[in-house]
Design a protein around this ligand. Structure first.
Ligand code: NAD
Ligand code: ZN
Length: 380
């Protein structure tokens, strides 16, 4: 048994004290895992736009101080009572949405929206007792998405941990715990383009590029990437994007531009920006009769989706997905295996690496649109 099992661990964590202010590396206390919980030593974490969104907290109910982070990989340090599927030393990916394996959703083949462990952006405490496991000198520090991976140690519900191949390199597969799997699954599991189809991807960040990669794997003949940053296109070519549209270059709505390029609309579109205007464009640019649009980006909480109902009557379908419809515990180990079998490349998504002490650089890079994924190493 780990010498720290059952004890409070004092370790470094990057604490967000206030919305939009740089994170501060602090010594924090991490309580032992309670029943159904697992304490994980985080080895590598990455920054996803969802962290940035809730750190900026524009229009969201701000919960601070908070430890962000949800795209990561680590090793089990100790487990709480009743945890039988994981043990000390197991390699795991924490996931922002869980799988209890018992509820109607978990039993349904079609859903990954577990009744108990589905994504909850507002909860900052553990489910079992409503308390935070993090504190600093007695002041509780809130959790984020049940994962809080910007910490050397974190406590996670056992249903939100995917046990993976111990030979998988954690500094690479950490990106599969959110963004890449989300984009890949949005295409392969939800949009499901047929071979030869045309696909539009809105937003060429990690999630969108993974959606494009999914379209390439599915055999799409044209993949149209939409982004405001021209430099994204060169990068996007590596992911199978064949054409690029920058909405800034046109004085008409991008859905009209795409409809003209594709003789009436694309077969599938995947929205990966979180911008409400993009969501509407992504829907309205699919072909009538068969087009399917999938929303992945996380919108501002007060946004509402507006389109003419005739667009739907004309046999267009609008869908949405969390985590690419993958069930985290059941499916994520298989996505890791795809990487291990060299059927999925994750290296090309990793553009930057920083030590934990420089975590704020990862935020800067994302704000400036310079990085696809920046790996933050907790080993340095
Ligand atoms: P990112 O910041 O790396 O990429 C977003 C891209 O969208 C950028 O290249 C940006 O230039 C582009 N963009 C922004 N506004 C645009 C606009 N109006 N028109 C065209 N392009 C625009 O972000 P990411 O990490 O790839 O995440 C993408 C989105 O997916 C975010 O909203 C994130 O919160 C969300 N997300 C959702 C899930 C889910 O399960 N549904 C999971 C992970 C991330
Ligand atoms: Zn469930």
């Amino acid at each position: 048994m780990s010498p720290t099992a059952g004890r409070v661990i004092t370790c470094k964590a990057a604490v967000a004290w206030e919305a939009g202010k740089p994170l501060v590396i602090e010594e924090v206390e991490v309580a032992p895992p309670q029943a159904t919980e697992v304490r994980v030593k985080i080895k590598f974490t990455a920054l996803c736009h969802t962290d940035l969104h809730f750190w900026e907290a524009k229009g969201e109910s701000p919960l601070f101080p908070r430890i962000f982070g949800h795209e990561a990989a680590g090793i089990v340090e100790s487990v709480g009572e009743g945890v039988t599927e994981l043990k000390e030393g197991d390699h795991v990916l924490p996931v922002f949405t869980g799988e209890c394996k018992d509820c109607a959703h978990c039993k349904s083949e079609e859903s990954n929206m577990c009744d108990i462990l589905r994504i909850n952006t507002e909860r900052g405490v553990m489910l079992s007792d409503g308390n935070a496991r993090f504190s600093k000198k007695g002041t509780p520090i809130y959790h984020f998405l049940g994962t809080s991976t910007f910490s050397e140690y974190t406590v996670v519900h056992s249903g939100c941990l995917a046990k993976i191949d111990p030979y998988a390199p954690l500094d690479k597969v950490c990106v599969l715990s959110c963004g890449i799997s989300t984009g890949l699954g949005a295409t392969l599991n939800v949009a499901r383009p047929k071979k030869g189809s045309t696909v539009a991807v809105f937003g060429l960040g990690a999630v969108g590029l993974a959606a494009a990669e999914g379209a390439r794997i599915a055999g799409a003949s044209r993949i149209i990437g939409v982004d405001l940053i021209p430099s994204r296109f060169e990068e996007a070519k590596k992911f199978g994007v064949t054409e690029f549209v920058n909405p800034k270059d046109y004085d008409k709505p991008v859905q009209e531009v795409i409809a003209e390029m594709t003789n009436g609309g694309v077969d599938r579109s995947i929205e990966c920006t979180g911008n409400i205007g993009c969501m509407i464009s992504a829907f309205e640019c699919v072909h009538d009769g068969w087009g399917v649009a999938v929303l992945v980006g996380v919108p501002h909480k007060d946004d509402s989706f507006k389109t003419k109902p005739i667009n739907i009557l004309n046999e267009r379908t609008l869908k949405g997905t969390f985590f690419g419809n993958y069930k985290p515990r059941t499916d994520l180990p298989k996505v890791v295996d795809l990487y291990m079998k060299k059927k999925l490349e994750v290296e090309k998504f990793i553009t930057h690496r920083v030590p934990f002490s420089e975590i704020n650089k990862a935020f800067d890079c994302m704000v400036k649109g310079q990085s696809i994924r920046c790996i933050i190493s907790l080993e340095e």
